[in-house]
Design a protein around this ligand. Sequence first.
Ligand code: FPP
Length: 249
Amino acid sequence: MAFFKSKSGNTAGLVDLDHLPRHIAIIMDGNGRWAKKRGLPRTAGHKVGAEVFRTIATYCKDLGVDYLTVYAFSTENWKRPQDEVNTIMTLLKKYLLESIDTMAKDNIRLRFLGDLSVLSEELQELTEETNAISATLDGFQANICLNYGGRDEILRAARSFAEDCAIGTIGADALTEELFSEKLFSGGLPDPDLIIRPGGEKRVSNFLLWQCAYSEFIFTDTLWPDFKKEDLDAAIIEYQSRNRRYGGV
Ligand code: FPP
């Protein structure tokens, strides 16, 4: 067995590298409160949050996790003040521009889950560019949920299946979980093994509703901008102590 202990020594135990969650998903929550506590605008929290995402994604890759999926912008987040929405979109643009220069060297693939058609033309072009680079790579994959909602994703898949039925390419009886999964934004991805929600709230907030059926959840009060590699170690260690029974005994 290979074990990993972070240099800080802060972790409660050791990460077993032979039993890593293959797919980790994170609801990056608490950016606004982090900023408010410091007397800063909420947007300052998102700026730090974006840096933390980069650090944690690189750390997942270094540990040997195959997939990291993060909730960057939900279908409901458009209700936020315009300057906050603009800041998040600007951070995404910055991240994508930087990734275009570095992802091939680092062998990091990027994929986007959500309806991108409402994003600015510039952002859509950047996502297409990173998709094209990703197609040439085979390493760690970061999935960024953008204008994503779990219910919206399920509705779209149901609609698409209904259309297939209407034109007769498939009969309703032929629908299986596997076929339905393929129609989701996440088609082809394994379900998340571990979902982490920093920020103190204990809810799913429309994130990966179909995919989380047998995920292990870890909720922590740490606000996302304060989330460190050691917090990821601690979450993985707790995950590794759980007994996943998938409805069996
Ligand atoms: C939730 O915290 C966070 C968001 C809605 C935005 C997350 C976006 C980023 C971290 C930046 C862009 C991402 C990438 C991948 C570069 P909140 O604002 O709801 O915090 P609060 O609950 O304290 O108000």
